[in-house]
Structures are given as structure tokens and as C-alpha cells.
Design a protein around this ligand. Structure first.
Ligand code: GLV
Ligand code: GLV
Length: 328
């Protein structure tokens, strides 16, 4: 009997591929780049499972190209805005993500951006390397205090809560907004549930942890940026389109907010025109979950989901659970 076949859209940690190879016929994109939609359509044809990246569009067209034998697409990411959930459910395809294992790494990178922006680390590092440093000076690279300031969290999921835990070490005041209130969290962190207008107005540091949905696109746009403090810092390690990046460039240029720390961008890997020329923004290339251990654990979840589904079991982390109900 031939083994079921799996397509992996880009190299993930080798041990994860080895585990897949124990059970399946595995094909991996050997090029060091994301495949185009059309290339992907060719590659997935006839496969029983796909391990995808957040850069791969998984919609009805792609699943039809794969064929009806395709049972699961396992995203190697916690975010899954690259999935068309409805199209997959209609085609009986199970979709999974990798929640939980990247909360620490992502919250740590969020806090790294916060600190780096407040203390102008990227700018200062570039200055010293350029040979411009002439010695200690009192009014030189003056930044912002982080301790005791107000941290605003938009979107109180696992990652937002993890950021709050890290902020406790800096004795930050926590305010948050979310579709749901969490009383236990409020008690634990002495946190205040606020509406969006208050969040914008009171945050010294505003960090975004909402998923990308039609209703969160441009959650921060020109109007929102105007409501923020002139001394405020905006942090985004969620998804780029949650911020209107052009409006952010204008606000940073006009200094209507103090700074920004960004891991994600509207049109990755492109940046909004002018963004990279600004001193008051710290830019990193979508690396929030990029630690060896985290990337391994993400692979472990994706691989286990594929193994379970192809042996007729339910996966651990389904994002379109209606498809499981239909099967039950
Ligand atoms: C990274 O952005 C992820 O969603 O895992
Ligand atoms: C700074 O280096 C100080 O000694 O105040």
C-alpha cells in the first residue's frame, strides 16, 4: 500500500520533517523562498495533507487544485488569516494552527520592541557603528521611561496576557480592551477594562494583539493615531494590516506619536514608503516566534495534527471545528 502523501510548503526544522517521513511520503519545497499561488497549486496536486506557512494563501481554488483526497492543511503559525475557513469547511478539509507554544517568544519580542523603541536602541547602535560617538553627554539619546507607565493592550488573548505578565516586572499600569472582559485577569494584574477611545488616550505604550479579521483591519488608522499621546509608543507583533501603515508613517514623521516598534507590515516584505527612513521606529522582519525551541514546538504541533488526521483522529488544534462536527 502506498503511504499517504504530504506537501510541506517550505523547509521547517529538520526533525519535524524526519518525523513526517516516518509515516508519509513527504515532499518539501527545497527553494529558500515562498512559492507563488500558482506554483503551490501545482505542488499540492494529489497530496493528502499540506503543511503551510502564513505566507501561503489557502482558499477554495488551492484546495480544489489539491483535490478531494486532501484532508488537512496544518499551518506552521498561530495566526491563520491566510486560510479561507468557509471554503475549507465546505470541502471537508480540516485546518489547524499552532497556538500556545509561541506565546512566550512572541510576548518577549513584543517587549523587546517596546524597550528598544523607548530607549532608542536601534538608532543608538547604528550611531556608534557609524563612528559618530564622541563620548558621554547629558542630553544624548534621551529616551522614555518604561517603569510605572501605562501599558495598553488591544486584544487580550494568550499573547496579550503574557505581555502583561512581563510588564509586571516594570510595575506598569495595565489597561486593556477586548471583545470580552476577563475579571480574573483584572484582579491578577490590577488591570482596567476600557473602551477603545480610552485605550488610545491613556496608553503610554500601546501593544496590539488582535487577530487580523475584516473588523480589525486598520484598527489603528489616522483617526486613532490622532487620539494617542504625543509621547506614546505603538507596538505591533500581531499582523501588519491591523495598522494603516501609511498613516503611521505620517504620524511618526510629524511626531504626533513618539515612536513605534514593528515586527509585522501591511504588505510584507515591502514597507510603506518612508518608513525605513524614520529614526523613531524599530523595524524587525516578522521574527516574533523565531527561537529554535519555539519553531521546533510549532513544527511538532503541525506534524502531530497531520498524523492524527491522516489516521482518522481529530487534530489537537482545529480552527474550523464545524468540519469535525460534520464528520461526527
Ligand atoms: C506568526 O506570525 C504566527 O502567526 O505564528
Ligand atoms: C551614567 O553613566 C552615570 O554614571 O550617571
Amino acid at each position: 500500500m502506498t503511504k499517504p502523501s504530504v506537501y510541506v510548503t517550505r523547509m521547517i526544522p529538520e526533525v519535524c520533517i524526519d518525523e513526517l517521513r516516518k509515516h508519509f511520503d513527504v515532499d518539501v519545497n527545497s527553494e529558500d523562498r515562498a512559492l507563488s499561488y500558482d506554483e503551490l497549486k501545482q505542488k499540492v496536486r494529489g497530496k493528502n495533507a499540506i503543511v503551510s506557512l502564513l505566507t501561503d494563501t489557502i482558499d477554495g481554488g488551492l484546495l480544489d487544485a489539491a483535490g478531494p483526497q486532501c484532508k488537512i492543511v496544518a499551518n506552521y503559525a498561530v495566526g491563520f488569516n491566510n486560510f479561507d475557513l468557509k471554503a475549507a469547511t465546505e470541502r471537508n478539509v480540516i485546518l489547524t494552527n499552532t497556538p500556545g507554544v509561541l506565546d512566550d517568544a512572541t510576548a518577549t519580542l513584543t517587549f523587546t520592541l517596546l524597550l528598544a523603541t523607548a530607549r532608542r536602541i536601534a538608532e543608538a547602535d547604528a550611531y556608534v557603528r557609524a563612528g559618530k560617538w564622541r563620548g558621554w553627554a547629558p542630553l544624548f539619546f534621551v529616551g522614555l521611561d518604561v517603569d510605572h507607565r501605562t501599558l495598553g493592550i488591544a486584544g487580550l488573548g494568550r499573547i496579550g496576557k503574557n505581555v502583561a505578565r512581563k510588564a509586571a516586572g516594570f510595575d506598569m499600569k495595565i489597561i486593556y480592551s477586548d471583545v470580552n472582559r476577563d475579571l480574573a485577569f483584572e484582579k491578577e494584574h490590577n488591570a482596567r477594562y476600557v473602551d477603545k477611545a480610552t485605550l488610545l488616550k491613556e496608553s503610554d505604550f500601546l501593544t496590539l494583539h488582535v487577530p487580523l479579521l475584516p473588523e480589525t483591519k486598520h484598527y489603528i488608522g489616522a483617526a486613532e493615531l490622532k487620539q494617542m499621546k504625543k509621547t506614546a509608543v505603538l507596538i505591533n507583533a500581531a499582523r501588519g494590516p491591523v495598522i494603516d501603515e501609511k498613516a503611521l508613517v505620517e504620524a511618526l514623521r510629524a511626531k504626533t506619536i513618539w515612536g513605534a516598534g514593528l515586527d509585522v507590515f501591511e504588505d510584507e516584505p515591502a514597507l510603506a514608503p518612508g518608513l525605513a527612513e524614520l529614526d523613531n521606529v524599530v523595524i524587525v522582519p516578522h521574527i516574533a516566534s523565531a527561537t529554535a525551541e519555539t519553531r521546533f514546538k510549532m513544527g511538532e504541533i503541525a506534524v502531530n495534527n497531520v498524523i492524527k488526521v491522516l489516521s482518522g483522529q481529530a487534530p489537537d488544534t482545529c480552527v474550523n471545528p464545524d468540519v469535525l462536527k460534520a464528520k461526527a
